[in-house]
Design a protein around this ligand. Structure first.
Ligand code: HEC
Ligand code: HEC
Length: 496
């Protein structure tokens, strides 16, 4: 389907269903859902707000600090509630680097870069990365030094705080689908109130997101005055009402027809609670883990005569086949910190699983309990630094950005505890929050919806597209996918 036709159909559908109305001043507030849809790499991304129209006066859209930024500076519906390098480059071009996004505090490779210095913004312009400066915990079990410092601020004593501070560079996570989270931020650092039990989940999620919004305002927006509780609550109410998913695929058409369950309206109905379908046996109801965690496109696996356009029929069959690969294709999980060194599951040297061993939450694909993992994405590509050949081969499939490299010393080898280990990393992940050796390189697997709108992937944007991502997994977990299977898996991921 061409983009214009889709826009027309979506507009007519939305208008007829009354989803998109603006209330006059004397009308009662409109609580019917509102939909926003934008073209993306392979179709249309849609964000549904379940409790009424998008209110641009919400503090999410307001500049609450001193540099002109709002939350929407880095979280845009047209980019899957994240930001993409292509759109970032357009903004740079249009404003000659003066858009608030490029504020040097974290919108440049280092804080001393001028807006007009294009090269000094290369990580944001080319990979959509924001600099996150994190203090090395005072009680860290390890020592850290910078062995590669391409921009000059890998590891510095912060003049304001006097603390040793590391620069890591990360992709903005989407501010939608947040009701499915088991941890907040890549390194889980905003999960002070745990999201692991049903009876406290709703209250703790709100508390975590309120604190996250406070930190985002003080950090990204450089506010000198904290936002009020009313503002923070309004931001969190707004975020929690948003559901983002791919709605239309250019080849397969609407993703919620023919008994398929794609698109944001179905997603908004999805049941979730902490531990649902837990792959490690902690489902609170005692139910066994089902690897078939994504069940959106099964109906398209059946041969039918509809739709009548053969290309569309083939595209639907590919998406269904990709879903089956995601749920059932065996892969060998080894050298993953958080799993293969995990005492609770007997420290298995390796075991056979599926994509869904890690992405277990039904129809959303994050992990339904907090389980940040090191799958190798932040390991160093410097020659001779990676001891696991599968990780080295996997990293060779990616377009990793030029990032600082840290040398870590003083930890034991997690897979061989008697042995000391020193290693290289571009992002210590959760270890930079806790100071624990056991947390090295561990980041959460995000919710896997709305992917087509927000390349590049992984916390550091190392997978430029889903082709690279699938090739990474194929090597990393020794899958042996054929070219056809890769294409099907990619078609499926693009339809999420
Ligand atoms: C300069 C860009 C930028 C701005 C402005 C920004 N964010 Fe973010 N946001 C990010 C990045 C980068 C991450 C991931 C950082 C990490 O995990 O270390 C993130 C992560 C998040 C997450 C975590 C989602 C998850 O799955 O864990 C939430 C929620 C969020 N931001 C909300 C906000 C809110 C609310 C505001 C406004 C008060 C805001 N952001 C402003 C860049 C930004
Ligand atoms: C051993 C656990 C594990 C397995 C198995 C696994 N993943 Fe992941 N996945 C993760 C983690 C952890 C991340 C985040 C890594 C990072 O950002 O560095 C991730 C990230 C992703 C992302 C990127 C999301 C984003 O927003 O950037 C996609 C897509 C994805 N996985 C798909 C898959 C597919 C497809 C498979 C099977 C071929 C798979 N995963 C197997 C743990 C796993």
């Amino acid at each position: 389907m061409n983009n214009f036709r889709v826009l027309l159909v979506l507009t007519v559908a939305v208008t007829m269903s009354g989803l998109w109305r603006t209330a006059a001043a004397d009308e009662p507030p409109n609580r019917s859902p509102a939909l926003q849809a934008f073209p993306d790499a392979t179709g249309w991304i849609a964000t549904l707000k379940v409790d009424g129209p998008i209110d641009r006066s919400n503090p999410f859209f307001q500049s609450l600090g001193i540099n002109g930024r709002s939350c929407a500076t880095c979280h845009e519906a047209s980019q899957g509630m994240s930001i993409t390098p292509a759109a970032v480059r357009l903004r740079y071009l249009a404003t000659r680097g003066r858009d608030p996004l490029f504020a040097s505090v974290d919108g440049a490779n280092c804080a001393n870069v001028q807006p007009s210095n294009r090269a000094g913004h290369s990580l944001l312009l080319n990979h959509g990365l924001i600099r996150i400066a994190l203090a090395v915990p005072a009680n860290a079990e390890f020592s850290i030094s910078a062995v590669r410092d391409p921009y000059g601020c890998a590891l510095q004593v912060d003049p304001g705080t006097g603390l040793l501070t590391a620069s890591v560079y990360r992709r903005p996570l989407p501010t939608a689908n947040l009701g499915f989270l088991s941890s907040v931020m890549w390194d889980t650092r905003e999960t002070a109130a745990p999201l692991a039990t049903g009876n406290t989940f709703a209250a703790n999620l709100r508390a975590d997101l309120m604190h996250q919004a406070l930190d985002a305002t003080l950090g990204h927006a450089q506010a000198t005055v904290a936002p009020t509780d009313a503002q923070l609550n309004a931001i969190v109410d707004f975020e929690l009402a948003l559901f983002t998913a791919q709605a239309v695929d250019n080849d397969a058409g609407f993703l919620n027809v023919g008994n398929a369950l794609g698109g944001p309206a179905h997603l908004a109905q999805q049941i979730y609670y902490p531990g649902i379908n837990d792959s490690l046996g902690a489902e609170p109801t005692g139910a066994a883990f089902s690897p078939t965690t994504i069940q959106l496109f099964g109906a398209w696996a059946q041969p039918t005569r509809a739709p009548y356009v053969p290309a569309q029929r083939r595209a639907r069959a590919d998406i269904a086949a990709g879903e089956k690969i995601f749920n059932t294709f065996p892969l060998t999980i080894a050298d993953v910190r958080g799993l293969n060194d995990n005492g609770a599951i007997g420290r298995p040297t390796s075991f056979v699983g599926t994509c869904t061993s890690c992405h277990d939450a039904p129809n959303v694909g994050d992990h339904s309990l907090p389980l940040p993992l090191d799958i190798g994405t932040s390991h160093s590509t410097m020659p001779g630094t990676e001891s696991d050949p599968a990780i080295a081969a996997a990293l060779a499939e990616l377009s990793a950005p030029e990032l600082p490299v840290f040398l870590i010393q003083g930890c034991a080898n997690p897979f061989n505890p008697g042995q000391p280990a020193s290693f290289y990393t571009s992002d210590p992940g959760k270890a930079l929050v806790t100071g624990h050796c056991s947390d090295f390189n561990r980041v959460k697997g995000p919710v896997l919806r709305g992917l087509a709108a927000r390349a590049p992937y992984f916390h550091n944007g190392a997978a430029a597209d889903l082709e690279e991502l699938v090739s990474f997994y194929n090597q990393r977990f020794q899958m042996g996918l054929t070219d056809v299977q890769k294409r099907q898996l990619i078609a499926f991921l693009n339809a999420l």
